[in-house]
Design a protein around this ligand. Sequence first.
Ligand SMILES: Nc1cc(N)c2c(=O)[nH][nH]c(=O)c2c1
Length: 384
Amino acid sequence: MSMSFSFQVEATQGAARAGRMITPHGEVETPVFMPVGTVATVKGIPQDLLEELGVQILLNNTYHLYLRPGVEQIRKLGGTHKFMSWDRSILTDSGGFQVFSLSELRKVTEEGVSFRSHLDGSSHLFSPESAMASQIGIGADIIMAFDECTEYPAERTRTERSMELTLRWAERSKNAFEAHKHEVPWFAERGKKSQALFGIVQGGMFPNLRKESAERTVEIGFPGYALGGFSVGEPREKTAELVANTVPLLPENKPRYLMGVGYPEEIVQYARMGIDMMDCVLPTRAARHGLLFTSEGRLTIKNQRFASDEGPLDPNCSCKVCKRYSRAYLRHLYASNEVLAQVLNTTHNLSYYLDTMRRVRQAIILGENSVSLPVVRSPHLSAT
Ligand SMILES: Nc1cc(N)c2c(=O)[nH][nH]c(=O)c2c1
């Protein structure tokens, strides 16, 4: 089987790295921000516009696709790349995290997590084995081990039990993946390449548990490592401290993926700490609620002060929204609850995140500090 997945560090700047992943569906320059395409769509943005924005990899949620249209349906249609007509890279999470955030009546046992669908109340069980079968059938390029995202706050004993469960599930995930990885729908047409399975580090808010989880997950051995259990309500300072202490415990030659992060200034901060991949619903979800990220800070477009503002959303942004439409028009669309408001706001926010990450990569490669980047500040200081 030819090389399915590779990662190369191309330049470093302190702890920060510029790198390149190669997946069965193409190359991904890192650090990279991955837009969330929950049900095989980045809400409101068609695939050709995502390509135009420079999206190299996007995320699909296994929980949602498992419930609708179903894994078998996607498999029969050739996998999620063919299904959503996206020929670049895709990453799926394992589904466990969404069970906790979306479904009722869930129960965790050694076997896995039983739950009722938020759509029709039907009963289901997710396990490491079923999560691998689902992600193989869906056919993303990078898939995630089945883990338990420890809730916040959690006592040390509870956190340790949860960490141990995630480690046992990581072993089971890897065994199931190795046994079935050739069943991915595009195996033959992509040169018998298979997916990459990433492990997930847990350990809650306890530095020594984070260290133990990182070391034992690396011992199991994966082509990439995610840091889970963050963006669960913990203070952002705590996140930063734990990420900074955990990253050095992960292999330098493998990608590090921080799940569910973050604000523009945070993706800069974590890329500088040596994180290579991040995903977050924030840019797309905030856009739909009229919260826009600009080089001058955050902006709530429905604010009355924009009603007669003929200027661009962001004078320093080169996206097609900022080049063509005024703040007054964008405010009017949002106030009128027009679909176009969702599309234009999302286009800009995604463009801002992707451009920010491109600038970070450029700064790492060129060694320049002249690249203007969002500064790390309290997320509650906004320019609205
Ligand atoms: N913020 C987070 C987002 C996520 N999709 C996940 C996940 O999929 N698994 N485990 C996690 O800990 C986790 C945290």
